[in-house]
Design a protein around this ligand. Sequence first.
Ligand SMILES: [Fe+2]
Length: 365
Amino acid sequence: MPLCQTYETYMKDQEIPIYREYFIEDVREIKLAPWKGRGCNAAFLQLAGQEGVVEVRVQEIEPGKTLTPMKMGVDEAIYVAKGQGVGAVSGTKDGVKKTFEWGPHSLFLIPANTWYQLSNMSGTEPARLVHYNYLPIALTATPDLDFFLNHPDENGGSRVLDSIGGEFYSQAKAVEEASGKIRGAGSIDYYWLGNFFPDLKAWDKLSPYRGRGAGGRVIFVKFPTAEMDAHMSVFPSRTYKKGHRHGPGVVIVIPSGEGYSLMWPEGGEKLVVPWREGSIFVPPNRWFHQHFNLGGEPARYLAFHAPPQLMINAEKLEDAQRDQFEYPDEDPSIRERFEGELANRGLTSLMPEGAYQDRSFEWEY
Ligand SMILES: [Fe+2]
């Protein structure tokens, strides 16, 4: 993937690690380094499928510490890999703050141009957060770091906060939509609208996700003031989802579960990505990928969505012929590997035989 030079230079200038792998096995364990002027340890992730497209920063807040206030000219979604604390968001640097408490597996949005400050409430444990935004794309359009990191307009954040009123970080609400109208959702009937999702590991308000198989369920997340969105899929023990592909920049984080994913370019070799809580990976541009649950519990994965222009007809069912394959059409080695992995653990597959026989097989919900 061609890179954004302004963003590349900016990253290198921060003198913190830049991880350029296919996957991170546990983001809670990777090495960070002090980020000058920011009061925390941090690293950038530029995994193979996100390079030059989306930013991921991992930031750690020491026990009892509050970070330097920060403002960016792009929306930023934050997932809490570990720890608990308080967020304070305001329209201007010294303006009235909207505060909320976050904990392990929280997901929240910091709107573009608002000031925000994060504090770790624990006196003993560090907190680790995963920040996701579209900065590299934005810098390609406007290669001016100050425009995004140091914008003189002090009212941009206030406008965003005013537009949504006092309930900015209250509990998300379910919104019904005609089936098929939600970006990337296939046959989902509703999404959740809000800036704060307190605990994705415990979230149980899920909708059947019929299009992707395995009897999986999903929450589609929309943030009221952002074009960025996300979803979390939950799928049963000892099953696997249908293989599919799309564009770059979809960053997957695991809140809970145990398994692996396969990722491969058309006709190419399959890369195995083992995952568990804290893993992060990104399917490279147009590579097929497929998720397998080897654990005894349902597995959960949160997917931060790339800019819609890059999804390249991604997850829509009308593209299923080209961008998604049904179980009867998959390479037989896919099923063999899954059953072999389970056998190594003394387990058997719970995939119904009918799914391998009938292309229109439907799980019961
Ligand atoms: Fe995908």
